[in-house]
Design a protein around this ligand. Structure first.
Ligand code: G3H
Length: 326
């Protein structure tokens, strides 16, 4: 089964005008042949088990999308980091997929763990609808709701959550491709709820879309981001297989076989050299490289179709991750 390898670079809320200019030049100078090669594993010291065409997409902050799209070579895609469920209107601070399309932006990341955690985006439309109603009830119902809501609605005192499934459906309907993120938190993994959580997140999307051609699923174990805990390639592969099986059982065999499932919490590879001296032994760290970790994930596991890279995509080593063989 051939699935085009996918490498996304999520800048998150990083960069400025000077960085945009230098980084776009840097990526433009990185050779990405259109029809051969993927991650140059040899370049990072790991034998390549297979080579296939790669797709590279970068996701700068909103305000730089237009400039990046205008100056970046066309073979590299550009993604937003979020979009809203509506086409236009009184939604201060939001951006619609229609506006992304207007700028020539091909992709959007939706449901990223930082959106879910920090900005309380949820899977389910029902919680948001209820919450919105509770925040803005008709005047005659205000006192009644004020009394009732805190009893059963945890979102009452927060901004209305936004709905990942609805966002995905709206972006796809507009013609913007989607990197849809799923992943469990530490307490959920420790309670053996990983599959329950990622299946629920996937269900919220599957219930609202029919065509998966333009969807990439990014599995991002939240517990492996900034916690000092590291997911092994085997742990990642287990969840990727479970997600693929879920697609097979709940959508179709075709969607399961063709949908790319990429991994989004790559730790840096710690390159430790141990020198034995007589007497004592001395060890030292030579360097950190996310590109080398990427290699270990690809070489050992077959269901990992690429990566959503965060911090490392802002560094020169991003070229090691995306660089292809001529
Ligand atoms: O979107 C990317 C993921 O959140 C991973 O970010 O590579 O900085 O840990 P990171």
């Amino acid at each position: 089964m051939s699935r085009k390898f996918f490498i996304g670079g999520n800048w998150k809320m990083n960069g400025d005008v000077a960085f945009v200019k230098s980084h776009v030049n840097f990526i433009n100078d990185t050779e990405i042949p259109a029809n051969t090669g993927i991650l140059d594993l040899d370049a990072v010291g790991i034998p390549a088990p297979h080579l296939a065409p790669a797709e590279v997409v970068i996701a700068p902050p909103y305000i730089y999308l237009d400039s990046v799209r205008k100056h970046l070579k066309k073979e590299v895609g550009v993604s937003a980091q979020n979009s809203y469920t509506k086409s236009s209107g009184a939604y201060t601070g939001e951006i619609s997929p229609e506006q992304l399309k207007d700028l020539g932006i091909e992709w959007v990341i939706l449901g990223h763990s930082e959106r879910r955690e920090i900005f309380k985006e949820s899977d389910e439309v029902s919680a948001g609808t209820l919450s919105t109603l509770l925040l803005c009830p008709p005047p005659s119902l205000s006192l009644f709701f004020a009394h009732q809501t805190t009893q059963f609605n945890p979102h009452f005192l927060h901004p209305p959550p936004q709905f990942v499934g609805e966002k995905v459906a709206h972006a796809l309907a507009t013609g913007v491709k989607v990197i849809a993120c799923v992943g469990e938190k530490l307490e959920e993994r420790e309670a053996n709820l990983t599959e329950e959580v990622v299946f629920r997140q996937l269900r919220a999307i599957a219930d609202r879309i029919k065509d998966w051609t333009h969807v990439v699923i990014a599995y991002e174990p939240v517990w492996a981001i900034g916690t000092g805990k590291v997911a092994t390639p085997t742990q990642a592969q287990q969840v990727h297989i479970a997600l693929r099986d879920w697609l097979r059982n709940n959508v179709s065999a075709h969607v399961a076989d063709h949908t790319r499932i990429i991994y989004g919490a790559l730790p840096p590879y710690i390159d430790v050299h141990l020198t034995i001296l007589e007497p004592p032994s001395i060890s030292f760290v030579q360097g950190l490289s996310t590109a080398r970790t990427a290699g270990t994930f690809v070489t050992s596991e077959g269901d990992i179709d690429g990566f959503l890279v965060g911090g490392a995509c802002l560094k020169p080593e991003f070229s090691d991750i995306v660089r292809t063989k001529a």
